[in-house]
Each structure stands twice: as structure tokens, then as C-alpha cells.
Design a binder for this molecule. Structure first.
Ligand SMILES: Nc1ncnc2c1ncn2[C@@H]1O[C@H](COP(=O)(O)OP(=O)(O)OP(=O)(O)O)[C@@H](O)[C@H]1O
Ligand SMILES: [Mg+2]
Length: 277
């Protein structure tokens, strides 16, 4: 599914009236089947960007085209149907603690099913094989019938990603999918997401703190800084200098060989001492 941002600004309803909009005057066009990573320091507007694409936040200025329509000009029912064609995977997946993993994964399909089928599947999961296949892509087959509250944080995050690929969404929006994963699992997760999206011709947008992972796995990189579009470039044109500029005030968030080089003198971050009672 394609989408177009025409000078979009996004302001959170709870934000103070004097604060600048979380995202400001962003214009870009994403064609169906494209894969892009959104990077930038904490607070740059990555999650806000994903929420605007997902129609979870209404633009305060500018206009959004999602597929062939302006979602905010649709009726409620039409907007609901359009939302059913996309999947927004939040950083911390909203998994009910006592639920079985199989139910959580199949919940990814709910927007595509009738109400009666949805209710039935909450009690009698009918497509166990589908959940198993999705979990297998993240090495989690053995957790099919485990309870969600007995999983580690990283396993929970991978269940959230299995739920995303179990959906048949044409637009996958994933917010920080690697934050709870070790390097090997991160690589596996990102390769799975990109290859599933490619197999289906689905559009994939991922916000990532891990810049190396973004550059290695996504052909297009969108850099956000302080709510504005800093760059929108093919991965091979994202130079160390651009990354340095993007993270200028937040160099401690940037690590790995992408920024190593003679021009960057990055002081190591001292350990933080925490007093716990
Ligand atoms: N629900 C909210 N209400 C009010 N302000 C918000 C809300 N969510 C985010 N903001 C503000 O919007 C700005 C952008 O936040 P956003 O969550 O999009 O950043 P981010 O790039 O995803 O950061 P991170 O890397 O820490 O997840 C920040 O200044 C933040 O404080
Ligand atoms: Mg975020």
C-alpha cells in the first residue's frame, strides 16, 4: 500500500499548546512494496510519524494520502476498513498477560475477519498452523501454547512481530522492533520482517535506533531530527557525516562502525550510578 505525506504536521492532543508540533511539515511519498527505516534521536518524531501513517493521529496540518484515499475524509466505517489493511506494531506489544501465545499471534488477523470469526478465535483458535508458522520464523514454535506473562521481554517482543506477520496487512508499521533483542535475534528479526514484506509485496516502515541495522537492511532511510525531515535518502548515500549531523546533540545514541572514522571524536558515556532502595 502506498502513502503520501503532503506537508504534514502532527501534534499530540495532550501536548501543551505552546510546544511545537511533534512532527512538522514533512513531505514524502512511499510506493507500494517499498521498505524504509526511520531513524533519528530520541524524541525526533519517529513514533509520531508511524502513528500519522497508521491514522492513529490526525495531522494538524497538511494532508495524508493512504492507498488511494484521504483517510480523514472517509466515513468512520470506511476509515475502519482502511485501518484493517495496515498493522501498527508498537514497541511494547499490548499482549494480555494471561493469554496464550497462539491467541496473541492470531489476534493479528482480527481486523481482517468478521466479528463472529474474531470472537470465535478468541476462545477456539482455528488457525493454529498459521500461528505456528509465524512463530517459527522467530524461533518461537516451542512457545505456541505458553502464557504471555511467562515469556521474557525479548520473547514477548518477537511474539508481537509474529503477530504482525500473521496479519495479512498490506502496510506494516513497526516501532523499534529490536529494542529488547540481542544482536543475533535482532538480525534474525529484521531479516524476517523484510523478507516477509517482500514475499507479500507489503510496504514496510520500521523505526530503528540501531542505525547499522537500518543501513544494512533497508534500501531507503528517512532521518528525523527535532520533528523535521533531516534527509530522505537511499541507504548508500547516508554518510557518516549525515549521521553525525542527525545525532549531533545525541551522539551517545549512535554506535557501531557507521560513525567510526577519523572525523568523529565521540567521548565514551560514563556509567550511570543508580541508587536503588
Ligand atoms: N502522547 C503524547 N503526548 C504529548 N506529547 C507527546 C506524546 N507522544 C510523544 N510526544 C512528544 O512528541 C515528540 C516526538 O515523540 P516521539 O515519540 O514521536 O519520538 P521518537 O522519535 O519516537 O522517540 P524515541 O526514540 O524516544 O521513541 C517528543 O517531544 C515527545 O515528547
Ligand atoms: Mg518512539
Amino acid at each position: 500500500m502506498k502513502f503520501v505525506f503532503n506537508g504534514i504536521s502532527g501534534r499530540h492532543p495532550a501536548a501543551s499548546a505552546s510546544a511545537p508540533a511533534a512532527l512538522r511539515r514533512v513531505s514524502l511519498e512511499v510506493v507500494a512494496g517499498e521498505q524504509l527505516a526511520v531513524i533519528g534521536p530520541s524524541g525526533a518524531g519517529k513514533t509520531t510519524f508511524l502513528h500519522l501513517v497508521a491514522c492513529a493521529l490526525k495531522p494538524s496540518a497538511g494532508s495524508l494520502q493512504l492507498g488511494d484515499s484521504d483517510p480523514w475524509a472517509l466515513t468512520r466505517a470506511q476509515l475502519q476498513r482502511l485501518r484493517g489493511q495496515l498493522f501498527l506494531a508498537p514497541q511494547v506489544p499490548p499482549l494480555p498477560p494471561r493469554q496464550r501465545v497462539v491467541i496473541s499471534v492470531l489476534a493479528g488477523r482480527l481486523p481482517h475477519e468478521s466479528l463472529s470469526a474474531s470472537l470465535r478465535s478468541l476462545f477456539y483458535p482455528v488457525d493454529i498452523a498459521l500461528a505456528d508458522r509465524a512463530l517459527a520464523r522467530f524461533d518461537l514454535s516451542d512457545k505456541l501454547f505458553a502464557r504471555v506473562d511467562r515469556l521474557s521481554g525479548g520473547e514477548r517482543q518477537r511474539v508481537g512481530l509474529a503477530r504482525a506477520i500473521a496479519s495479512s496487512a498490506r502496510l506494516l508499521l513497526v516501532d523499534e522492533p529490536l529494542s529488547a533483542l540481542d544482536p543475533a535475534r535482532s538480525k534474525q528479526a529484521i531479516e524476517t520482517l523484510t523478507s516477509v514484506a517482500r514475499e507479500r509485496g507489503a510496504t514496510l516502515v520500521a523505526s530503528l535506533h540501531h542505525v547499522e541495522m537500518a543501513l544494512a537492511n533497508f534500501p531507503r532511510i528517512v532521518g528525523l531530527r527535532a520533528g523535521e525531515l533531516a534527509f530522505d535518502l537511499p541507504a548508500d548515500q547516508v554518510t557518516p557525516q549525515r549521521l553525525h549531523d542527525l545525532y549531533a546533540q545525541n551522539l551517545h545514541e549512535l554506535s557501531g562502525p557507521a560513525i567510526s572514522g577519523p572525523n568523529f571524536d565521540i567521548a565514551p558515556v560514563p556509567p550511570v550510578v543508580m541508587n536503588c532502595r
